[in-house]
Design a protein around this ligand. Structure first.
Ligand SMILES: [Zn+2]
Length: 333
């Protein structure tokens, strides 16, 4: 019995020691948890943890997204400056070949998987096509320029080049399907003669107001493309606006950009191959005042790429030319 009692006592002591150990251990661990968590900590920790994690994720994501969109910007910068080219080569090559062309086409979404020869062919094909033509006050076409395959888009009153016309028809049909039936084509192809007539009429208005010929032409040029500098001459441009706006003002007005129809166009035009040509923040680059209604057909792939890069067509076109030349040199063509 004594042994049994001793054994029992020993067992009790062992149990007590074990229990104390567990309790103290629990207190230490639990204490820390409680300190950090407490009851609210559980939630707070979760919340900060969750928010920390997403924050951490968001930051890189956010910086990734601009980075990706900046990449092509980097292409522009190097194209313009050459300095970033060296940087790009340093980063990508690390082989001390700073002047081997920059390989800008490799970081451009449309040519990223291509060899230099393929990229050259692809870019040159687009730049040689009628759909890529760059027209502005510095790049005019002559009075003898005439687009072929003009047609009137279904349900519209103006001519456009047939591929652009089909794209416009599809775009307006999609807008209608989404509930925006108010969008109408207000101008398409314009002849050189009609451009000249419009320009001279506007110039005369300023002459009548007392401006000199040069001043009057410059002022007219802010609103009316001088003959040969209008994209409408190509049949690839469309003035698309809400009939509500045109009814209200009697003309195409900037306030179109406050309508839901405009928001739809801005969001979807690239899916049909169009870009908004004359942005508010790029008047010094395009040479034309803001026109939220003027859309230019360049094809779906390039319209999407140009839009994603937030470039004017002047910048985009120059970037493609530089990349084509880089790819050509790199391919030894
Ligand atoms: Zn226009």
């Amino acid at each position: 019995m004594k042994r049994k009692q001793l054994t029992a006592i020993l067992c009790v002591i062992i149990l007590i020691i074990a229990a104390v150990t567990v309790v103290s251990a629990t207190n230490i661990i639990g204490g820390k948890k409680t300190d950090e968590n407490g009851k609210p900590d559980t939630g707070e920790n979760d919340t900060p943890n969750e928010s920390d994690t997403p924050n951490e994720n968001d930051t890189p994501n956010e910086s990734d997204t601009p980075d990706e969109s900046n990449k092509p910007d980097t292409n522009n910068t190097p194209d313009e400056n050459d300095k970033p080219d060296t940087n790009e080569n340093d980063t990508s090559d690390g082989s001390g070949k700073p002047n081997d062309g920059g390989s800008g086409y490799k970081s451009f979404s449309l040519t990223s998987g291509m060899s230099a020869a393929q990229a050259y062919e692809y870019l040159d094909s687009f730049l040689s096509s009628k759909y890529s033509i760059l027209i502005n006050k510095q790049h005019k076409v002559g009075s003898d320029y005439a687009p072929d395959n003009l047609t009137v888009p279904a349900g519209c009153d103006y001519q456009m080049e047939q591929t652009a016309a089909k794209a416009l028809t599809n775009m307006l049909a999609a807008a209608r399907a989404d509930g925006y039936s108010d969008l109408i084509l207000y101008s398409g192809y314009r002849t050189y003669a009609s451009q000249k007539n419009k320009f001279e009429t506007r110039t005369q208005r300023y002459l009548n107001e007392g401006y000199s010929q040069a001043q009057a032409e410059e002022k007219a040029g802010e609103y009316i493309a001088p003959p040969g500098s209008s994209e409408h001459h190509t049949g690839l441009a469309a003035d698309v606006c809400s009939s509500k706006i045109v009814s209200k003002f009697g003309y195409l007005d900037d306030s179109f950009d406050s309508t839901d129809e405009y928001k739809w166009l801005k969001e979807h035009c690239a899916e049909y191959g169009f870009i908004m040509r004359y942005r508010k923040d790029a008047e010094d680059i395009t040479g034309f005042l803001y026109e939220p209604w003027h859309y230019r057909y360049i094809g779906v792939d390039h319209a999407k790429a140009c839009t994603e890069l937030s470039l004017t067509y002047e910048e985009y076109y120059e970037m493609l030319e530089k990349m084509r030349d880089e790819a050509k040199a790199e391919a030894g063509l």
